[in-house]
Design a protein around this ligand. Structure first.
Ligand code: HXC
Length: 518
């Protein structure tokens, strides 16, 4: 056996260190400075913020591109524009990739794609989430079809991993063309304000084809995607804040569909009474109040992590903890459009419900809904098909579902919002609940149309209808509501309700997959 001498081993180690240093420098100091001058961190600096200190282990640091065309033959940059590997967030493992804009603009080559595919495969096999930090000029132009093939390999794996491990995309620079479709198929997209954008075709193409003049920011910046398009779930002011928020989101999620989300120690009494909830509902049924107040008063330590906060404000979606357990919240918001369900709200909540169901996260539904939003815009836009998404999502979800009606639960929207009939497990109402086919006024105008000219009669009929239906007891008499609870006891009652559902088993019919109205 030949032994390596001490001296030569030192040389070998030094050579390895030198190679590593070279790789860590990516596209070189000049390009790193340009990156910093744009207010952006480098790919590696981002991983340092995202992951627990010292936890990152890199794979494929020496992988290099293999293209020989267009002057690429002598271009050796170790790592090929993406840093991949795994690390931990508060001790839990996650796989990561972080595109390095300083290397060929972070563009995706065949080998760059292979590195991303490797960690997606490992994540699925080993049951750990994937967090992708995107900062790329798109397909490596010198490679052409090899790059397109690489993208499609990533897309295919995103789909295979969907519902198996949580996938989080962070957009931290350009993300354009077909490249947008990888993030689009992951569970959450976070964006950085002012330095990131996503679009299928950029401002120049838009101008040529449609004559519209629009800036990159307006077309696909964070502001556009968190409010108008709803492509992104949240946006933050800079790289560091965004990555810290990803860590916060990660804490609410399980590592895979094989596990439940981590339980965290709680510094909040499970039987905490909130007397202020007893006077939250205004006397006039048409006066709004802030549903966020209910959420914060129920949740552990008043914490709430919103998803899609800036889109479809008439419905709130996000995560809380109840007695330390991650719980998904879907809640009508009476402050916006009176809490009506419309196309955007239905789609937003449906996707959230399906995420929770994939990943064993129980769902709390808080209901104050006067119905579906009327109008031609809604009908032409397909409120039928889009409203059905939410109904479908709730009905197919088998995770524990607990519903609390605070005020209105009218018409079809009552059925949709996790009613007993579509298999919510436990349904509560506050005494202020009104569970009816519609509001008293509208109902009377239909059934007593002939008396519309007589204001006194109509007022009496309305009062009668209200007395009969503007309460939770008709539904409670039928067992549609399991109990009418005191608002101040909500936290305790909801925690107790979820505790009974910890071992819930639900049967689903055997089939390939369902056919949600897309
Ligand atoms: C190869 C690229 C590149 C790309 C940028 N670079 N994009 N190299 N392939 N796609 C290189 C540049 O040559 C430059 O190299 C370095 O990255 C930084 O780019 P700059 O242009 O100097 O940076 P900036 O001014 O910030 O502009 C960023 C940019 C621009 C807006 C992304 O680079 C750009 O428009 N790139 C082309 C985008 C594009 O058309 N991509 C293909 C889209 S089609 P040096 O050596 O000077 O530092 C597509 C299809 C995917 O993506 C389909 C999937 C199904």
């Amino acid at each position: 056996m030949q032994l390596v001498s001490w001296g030569s081993m030192q040389d070998i180690i030094r050579a390895l260190e030198k190679r590593r240093e070279e790789a860590r420098l990516g596209g070189g100091q000049r390009r790193i400075d340009i990156q910093h001058n744009k207010g952006k961190l480098t790919a590696r600096e981002r991983l340092e913020v995202l992951l627990d200190p010292g936890s990152f282990e890199e794979y494929d640091m020496f992988v290099a591109q293999r293209c020989n065309d267009f002057g690429m033959a002598d271009q050796y940059v170790p790592g090929d524009g993406v840093v991949v590997g795994w690390g931990t967030i508060n001790g839990r493992m996650t796989y990561v990739f972080s595109q390095d804009f300083t290397v060929f603009g972070g563009s995706l080559s065949e080998t760059h794609a292979q590195k991303i595919c490797k960690i997606l495969d490992l994540a699925m096999q080993n049951g750990a989430p994937v967090i992708g930090l995107n900062d790329s000029g798109g397909a490596r132009i010198q490679e052409g079809v090899d790059s397109l093939g690489g993208y499609a390999e990533v897309f295919w794996r995103n789909v295979q991993a969907s519902g198996v491990v949580p996938q989080i995309s962070v957009i931290m620079g350009p993300c354009a063309g077909g490249a947008v479709y990888s993030p689009a198929m992951t569970d959450f997209i976070y964006m950085v304000r002012d330095t990131s954008y996503m679009f299928v075709t950029g401002p120049d193409v838009v101008k040529t084809v449609t004559n519209e003049i629009v800036s990159a920011e307006e077309l696909g910046g964070a502001g556009t995607h968190v409010s108008k398009s709803s492509v992104a779930d949240a946006a933050f002011d800079n790289d560091v804040e965004t990555l810290l928020e990803v860590r916060r989101l990660f804490e609410y999620l399980p590592s895979s569909s094989r596990e439940k989300a981590p339980s965290l120690p709680v510094n909040d009494r499970v039987d905490r009474a909130e007397m202020s909830l007893d006077s939250l509902i205004p006397e006039n049924a048409n006066t709004p109040y802030d549903m966020m107040e209910v959420i914060r008063k129920i949740s552990d330590e008043g914490e709430f992590l919103p998803i899609q906060r800036e889109h479809a404000g008439n419905i709130i979606t996000g995560f809380i903890r109840l007695d330390g357990e991650t719980t998904g919240v879907v809640a009508n918001q009476p402050m916006v459009l009176a809490g009506c369900l419309d196309i955007d709200a239905s789609k937003k909540a449906a996707r959230f419900v399906r995420f929770c169901d994939c990943f064993n996260i129980p769902i709390l539904t808080l209901v104050d809904v006067p119905g579906f939003l009327p109008g031609t815009a809604q009908e032409y836009g397909g409120i039928i098909k889009n409203g059905a998404k939410l109904l479908f999502a709730y009905a197919e979800a088998t995770v524990p579902k607990v519903t609390l009606i605070t005020r209105k639960a009218y018409g079809g929207a009552y059925d949709v919002m996790a009613s007993k009939h579509i298999r919510a497990d436990i349904n509560y109402a506050w005494p202020s609940a009104e569970i009816a086919v519609m509001g008293a006024r509208g109902a009377v105008e239909i059934i007593y149309r002939g008396e519309l000219g007589d204001r006194e009669k109509i007022a009496k009929r309305t009062a009668d209808y209200e007395a009969r239906f503007a309460n939770p007891f008709v539904a409670a008499e039928r067992g549609f509501i399991d109990d009418v609870i005191l608002p101040h006891n909500s936290r305790r009652r909801l925690i107790r309700a979820f505790s009974t559902l910890k071992n819930k088993r639900a049967q689903t019919p055997s089939r390939k997959h369902d056919n949600i109205p897309l």
